[in-house]
Design a protein around this ligand. Structure first.
Ligand SMILES: [Zn+2]
Ligand SMILES: [Zn+2]
Length: 169
């Protein structure tokens, strides 16, 4: 049972045309995400993956899915952000470029590939609803729950002006 990002590919190495399909979950050892949206350590990221042996190496194609934690950028309510993202990467037998991913000891390590595709898909400003009204600038009340609330000290500016005049008298 596959439970880590390091996948054994021994049975595929140097066998172009062969392929393998894997579905598995990995429990994260550290949180993944941005300041705004995070998958906490200990939570699972699921993947459905196809490993294909090609001449140059192992081609990894798949989808990752799960649920990240965030909050609405307007009303600050906690939110679950469900995601499903696709990724594809070639792990070469011999790396030509410095940042090229390679097959090492008959394994491919897809941690960075999956992590990058997942994190880049996260929204910068998540909202609980496109029509979320956010918080009252005055008292911080959730305007979705109290859309018509008023403040006692809210005096029509024209009256405030009159009041001022009266006080000056
Ligand atoms: Zn909201
Ligand atoms: Zn208010």
């Amino acid at each position: 049972m596959q439970t880590s990002w390091v996948l054994p590919v021994r049975s595929l190495v140097n066998k172009p045309g062969h392929m393998e399909q894997l579905d598995f979950d990995v429990s994260l050892e550290e949180p993944w995400g941005t300041e705004m949206v995070t998958i906490p350590a200990g939570d699972d990221v699921s993947v459905e993956i196809r490993l294909e042996s090609v001449h140059e190496g192992i081609l990894v194609t798949g989808e990752a899915f799960g649920v990240a934690k965030t909050e609405c950028s307007r009303c600050l309510q906690p939110l679950d952000h469900g995601f499903r993202v696709a990724f594809q990467e070639l792990f070469a037998y011999s790396g030509q470029l410095e940042d090229e991913l390679t097959v090492i000891d008959n394994t491919v390590d897809i941690d960075q590939v999956v992590r990058d595709s997942v994190v880049i898909s996260f929204p910068f400003q998540p909202v609980c609803d496109e029509n979320c009204l956010g918080l009252c600038a005055k008292c911080g009340a959730n305007l979705n729950e109290h859309p018509n609330h008023v403040h006692e000290d809210e005096i029509d500016p024209r009256w405030a002006e009159l009041k001022k005049l009266k006080e000056e008298e």
